[in-house]
Write a protein that binds this ligand. Sequence first.
Ligand SMILES: O=C(O)CCC(=O)C(=O)O
Length: 291
Amino acid sequence: MNAELSRKGSAGGADAAEEPASTPAEIRAELDAPCALPAELIAFYREHGYVHLRQVFSPALLAWYGAEISRQVWRLNTERRPMAERDTYAKAFLQVMNLWRHSPRVEEFVRGRRLARLAAELAGCAGVRLYHDQALYKEAGGGLTPWHADQYYWPLDSDRTLTAWIPLQETPLEMGPLAFAPGSQRVTQGRDLEIGDASEARIAELMKNYALEERAFALGDVSFHSGWTYHRAGPNRTPRPRQVMTIIYMDRDIRLSEPKNSYQRNDHAAWLPGVRVGETAASPLNPELYP
Ligand SMILES: O=C(O)CCC(=O)C(=O)O
């Protein structure tokens, strides 16, 4: 999603101030090494529009990159209002985008081949590019994330798009883990709704005969969901922030479609600069991450 863009503008330009130590060799190796993806899980993703993968990353890797992601989030965050003064969307999380452009260590993480390969295999693409990354930090006492589908925001000409949702700590139910409506990627109603109170009400109604797959995430678990899968998250009822990094992948051959709303026009300018309608979405901000 990218509703925040109109409020905050996009993140851009490398401006990392620190990066003292280089990544330990075993963490670097883990970041890029393939991990097993059984055929049943690929089939599950294609049938249900999401998949929850266990133990994708070690605690050491998440601690290494997570510390830098959090440092950048607290540095770049511009939301200063008390919770009570924010609307539903602004209560849901602090949203900081394209962190890879701000920090070489985050760039290393976002370019990691393990997740990119999983994304390509799940979506059935020969290769994937980066659309953008975003950190989504649900503060202590932060509100629910309303029902929505991400692709409402994206001017892309196919549904071969997917988001890796990477919690940086264990995420029990009371912290607001991401939850999905399995099979909802085939529902075309509600696709004209931006995230907010109206999408929460209308999509809840549309999803009333669908299951809600809401599970705790152990440290190291990662989910992937498809661009049209309806999803939401509960509030954070703990005293700790729910720290999550996301990476949005797209088919390496996906093309820019004519933007359909103001958010898509913003996305075109921010994440696909210089790309013309009908061209492959391959600006300098969209490196091919796999193979
Ligand atoms: O983290 C959340 O609460 C929402 C995440 C989300 O909507 C997404 O990654 O597409």
